[in-house]
Each structure stands twice: as C-alpha cells, then as structure tokens.
Design a protein around this ligand. Structure first.
Ligand SMILES: [Fe+2]
Ligand SMILES: [Fe+2]
Length: 460
C-alpha cells in the first residue's frame, strides 16, 4: 500500500494537460475583480449598524419571512398553533438557522487562513487571493457577532433562560450574546501522538513536489499548540473529529486540496443561499411596498449580498483555480473524494421534518424542538413535548414535502459545480448520496430511532 502511495506521489506531471498561464492569469484576474467589488460594498457595515439597533420587543409583532420559514411548518403542531405561537416559530426559525450559520462561518474563518497559508507560498501572484480570503474572514466575524446577538436576544425573550439552560446533549447549550466561538487550539499534550501521526500521514500521502505546509499551521507548531477539531458548522458538524484534523492537514499542505476545500465551502454557501434568498426577497418586497421592516430580515438581506462575493470566491477556486496546479495525484484524488462523500452524507444527506432548509441529521435539532415545546411558547409537560415531537418527526406531513423541494433546489445548485469537477468519482459527481437522502421514508425511519434515544435523556 505504502509503495503504491509513494509511486503515485512521484508520478511525472502530464505536461500536455497543464493549464495555460493565460487561464491561470484569467482566474487570478476574476478573483481581483471579485475582491475589489467586495471591498467597495458596505453591506458588512450595514449589518453591524442593524445589529446594534436590535431589540426583540420592537421586532416581535411582524413576520420576519414568509410563514413556511417557521419551525414545525407543515406539521400537525403548526396547524393547531395559535397566531402568537406561529409568530414565535417564525422568529425562532431565524435563530435556529443563523446559529448554525454562525458556527459554519467560524469554520470559514479558520479554513480561509489554513488555505491562504498554502497559496501564499506558491508565488506573489496569489497575494490578492490571500488578501481576499483575509477580508472575508474579517467580514465573517461581524456576521457571527450579529447572528449570535440577535439570535440570543430572540431566544431569551421567547424561550426564557431556564429552558435555554437545559443541558440535553454535549453540544446543546446556547452561546451568549455576540460571543465569538473559541478558536481551535490546545497545548500539545496527551493527544500529541495522534496529532503528529495524522500530520505525518498527510505528508506521506501528498506529493513532495507540490507540498506547501500552511504558514498558519506552522505558526501553531511554533507556539507548541495543536489544532483541535471544530465540532459544529458545515465541516465540524458533519465529519468525525479525527478525520477533520487529518483533512485540515491535507487542505493545509497541498495546493490542489486547498482548492478542493472550496468545493465544500461552495456547498455551504449554496445551503445558506437556499433559504437566505427567501429572506432577501421578502425584505425587498416590504421595502418596495414601503412597509415597515424588521431588523432580522434586513440583516439576512445584507448578508445575502455580502455572501454573494464569498460564493464567487468559492466558485472561482473550486471550479477553475484547482486546474492551475497540474493534475492531482491518486492520493489527492482519493482524499478529495472521501471529503466530498462525507460532506454529502453528513451535511446534505437528509431532510429535516420541522426545519425547512436543513439537510443534516435531525437528531441534532431535537434539543431545540424540545426546548420550544417546554418553553412558555407552548408550555408543555415533558410527556406532551415528546408526544408532539413524535407526531411531527415520525409521520409524513406537508412539511416533509416542502422540504424535499428545498433539498432538490440545493442539490441542483451544488450538482452544477460537482458535475464540472473531473477528479470526482461518479457517486460524488452525480450527488448520489445527497439524492438518496431526499427520501421521506428514510428520514422518518432515522427519526424514529433518534427520538427513542432522545426520549431517554429528555427530562424535566
Ligand atoms: Fe457570513
Ligand atoms: Fe461567507
């Protein structure tokens, strides 16, 4: 096996198929234009000003989006809910999605630096790209702050602190207002052996010719710190931690894989855009009709505009720029395909019954649903809350059917990029895992099992 890997890594690059320097220059130029457009925009500043003006009471009387963007929409619970409960579910939907978005953007801050640390070592031509990635990371800090602050105020007002403090699993406590997530480091200690082994494995597997160990990762090494894997967001919440650590070394060592990370990031952009576009449309219509608008849909609208630059960055790097580094080795292809496969399975491979636009395993949302039902919004007993969760999560209803439409729309968008990536295996290029995850009966089957487990820990 080792011999095979070594042989693959020393293969002679196929010079006939190398990209022309003209194509490379064009990719860099498109990035420069995108970066300059992003710098000229003022959407981040608008988000910051909106966030500062937010208090829940003054935003609590209007819908923040069309009703289908509400938790439990299309379920029997929603059908029997009062108007004030429906309004609360509409507001809590915003908080739930942007809680995950904030965690995902913490992933982006980290991986922009990991990959920029690779690109910066290739040549000075990549300076604008690295500056763009740095600028995006700065923007994400403001976005995260706004999402946490608005989400926390909303959840505190609706759910109450007692319910928010319920500890229902290892990851289910809420962040305090506006607090940035802990950056991912720890002193090198007992995990030293595993950490160094993973780094060594990535080094052995990747081509020595193109190996560029990220400056960002080198800085951690110099300080005697190791990276502990993120456990939430589009990367950390979807891939087992040890593998995330290994993939971090891969994305942070090989120019081809550094580019491949942006195919993953593009999927994250597409899932966000799938529902954020609806907020943006809703906000634009209210503005056009000169109607009063609430702060959260305005934040979503400006975030949608800010993120359009980030989506363009992901697309340029994932679809075009990876070709500028020659053909990937067999090892690089295997790693890229494994990452794409796990992404499909963990991040895109399901349909949530009660949160339109979420394609993760619904067990991660059960603590939230339970809190809502136990909070003053519904004021249910533990038994009633579990009874209604069973009715909403484990039986077919309108919400599931609407969800499959959102799932298909996201799949079409991500599939357009995947179909153009020549290094992907058919299971990835044709998005087969995501497609099979769009099944209502599969989602119900998985919810039945997960709810049984959840019921054993959900008390008081
Ligand atoms: Fe963002
Ligand atoms: Fe972003």
């Amino acid at each position: 096996m080792k011999e095979q890997i070594m042989m693959d890594n020393t293969q002679i690059p196929d010079t006939k198929k190398q990209p022309s320097s003209k194509a490379r220059k064009r990719h860099l130029k498109v990035n420069e234009i995108n970066y300059s457009n992003n710098l000229e925009s003022d959407y981040t500043e608008k988000i910051e000003a909106l966030e500062k003006s937010f208090d829940y009471a003054s935003n609590s009387t209007c819908y923040w989006s069309k009703p289908e963007l509400s938790i439990f929409y299309g379920t029997p619970l929603y059908q029997g809910a009062s108007e004030s409960q429906k309004l609360a579910l509409n507001h809590l939907y915003w908080g739930a999605h942007y809680d995950h978005t904030a965690a995902s953007e913490a992933n982006t801050i980290h991986y922009n630096q990991v990959t920029a640390g690779v690109f910066s070592q290739i040549s000075d031509d990549y300076e604008a790209l690295c500056l763009n990635l740095k600028h995006e990371a700065e923007q994400e800090k403001y976005h995260i702050h706004a999402f946490h602050n608005i989400g926390y105020k909303t959840k505190t007002a609706l759910l109450g602190k007692r319910v928010m403090r319920m500890k229902l699993n290892n990851n289910s406590r809420y962040n305090k207002s506006g607090k940035l997530p802990e950056i991912v480091k720890s002193r090198l200690g007992s995990s030293n052996f595993q950490y160094n082994s993973l780094r060594y494995l990535s080094k052995v597997m990747l081509s020595s010719e193109t190996y560029r160990y990220s400056q960002y990762l080198q800085d951690f090494d110099k300080k005697g710190e190791s990276l502990t894997a993120l456990t939430k967001g589009y990367v950390g919440g979807s891939i087992p931690q040890t593998l995330v650590q290994f993939f971090t070394f891969c994305w942070g060592s090989s120019p081809f894989l550094a580019c491949q990370y942006y195919a993953y990031r593009y999927a994250g952009n597409a899932v966000l855009k799938n529902y954020e576009y609806e907020y943006s449309e809703y906000f634009r219509k209210l503005e056009k009709d000169s109607k009063c608008t609430s702060v959260p849909p305005a934040v979503s609208h400006y975030h949608f505009l800010d993120e359009s630059f980030h989506t363009t960055t992901s697309q340029i790097i994932a679809r075009d720029m990876y070709k500028d580094f020659g053909k990937p080795t067999t090892s690089e292809k295997v790693i890229a395909n494994l990452i794409f496969y796990l992404m499909q399975r963990g991040f895109l491979g399901g349909i949530a019954s009660s949160l339109i636009g979420s394609f993760r395993d619904e067990s991660s949302l059960m603590p939230l649903y339970y809190r809502i039902l136990r909070s003053p919004v519904f004021d249910m007993s533990a038994q009633d809350a579990l009874h209604w969760m069973e009715k909403c999560l484990c039986h077919e209803h309108e919400g599931f059917h609407l969800q499959t439409k959102y799932h298909q729309r996201a799949m079409k968008n991500i599939g357009q990029l995947a179909s153009s990536l020549d290094y992907l295996w058919p299971i990835n290029r044709e998005m087969r895992i995501m497609a099979s995850g769009g099944s209502i009966s599969k989602a119900i089957e998985s919810n039945v099992k997960a709810l049984k487990q959840f019921s054993q820990i959900a008390v008081v």
